[in-house]
Design a protein around this ligand. Sequence first.
Ligand SMILES: [Cu+2]
Length: 405
Amino acid sequence: MRIANGLDEASSVHWHGMHLPARMDGGPHQMIDPGGTWTPRWSVDQPAATLWYHPHPHGATEQHVRKGLAGMFILDDERSTKLALPKRYGVDDLPVIVQDVRFDGAKLDGGRKIMQNVGFLGDRTMVNGTLHPYREVDDELIRLRLLNASTARTYAFGFPDDRAFSLIATDGGLLERPESMDRLQLSPGERAEIVVRMRAGERVMLRSFPQDNYGDSWQRRFGGGDDSFDVLELRAAEELRPSPGIPTALGELETPDGTDAVRGRHFDLKRSGINKRSMDMGRVDETVTRGTTEVWTVRNSNGMPHNFHVHDVQFRVLEVNGEAPSAALRGPKDTVFLPNGTTMKLALRFTGPADPDTPYMYHCHLLFHEDEGMMGQFVVVEKGQRAQAPSGTRGTPGHSGHKHG
Ligand SMILES: [Cu+2]
């Protein structure tokens, strides 16, 4: 990749969901100066998936993403190309990058209202950078690659007639089998691939609906969990091309099931920091041994919604509040939503190259919280190796590591 920074400020480009060496990750340690370029290289070695990229400058990620620096990254592989799924890009396989925005005249407005403790919430919705989007479709089955590229807003996607659709993939790729549902919740950073059946000549609106799984009435009201609005209209042709039925089996998961875990770690999510520590670019919080599996327990009792994203890996959700995960959480994940009062157990395997002095990030992907310091750093080392202080550490102008909460 060759990234040229044409902005008048430093930024970075993070490959969200990609398994790659830490120094290619595009996090806050790989800043690109104004006018500078960055040329990371790596081999793509992971299952077919819908990934994305966005800036990750420490303290300024919300602003950079909200202003539009985000895109989708589609990986195919041998298995995904052989399956009888809709896969003609732009025809029956559509990217759906969803962002909320607010305008002040012709300019984007990023102001956060008082009481909005999740961060910026827009009052209009864009898909692929387009307001009032619609798409004409000519096939019976349409695959939508949904990406929540918003900085704070959580969506519950569905259709007004409550028609069932098939979930075929989550953040890191295909499920073992399609799961039928009529609502799908995605918090910032999460992706999902769904297949929806069209009827000839109809117009149907993909919408976001009020959310049960968001928080109490106060949090729903001020965090956008009560909102409902149009996202994307699908306009079916008078005659549709027949599509083959969705395969009943999609393949095996590569994510670990946790039975070979060598250790557990706990992460307590608070707006003031994870495990009572605000992000410090010079501090390595966790050291992980390459090739091992771990079980991470992530808990939010902070009175507001958070989510949790881990760089480099796709993980499996083992438990949500002691129960087996719902259908929407059974595929490979790199980001999960944790409303207040949620505890999740995740199984993660770290197979990337060891690099004791370049950290990966884990953080809340409500980007206002991340910028405030809800982020930590882990390094992957060879057995017996120790973490080093991150090299080349530099901050973002204007961020002084101040305390919150
Ligand atoms: Cu958060």
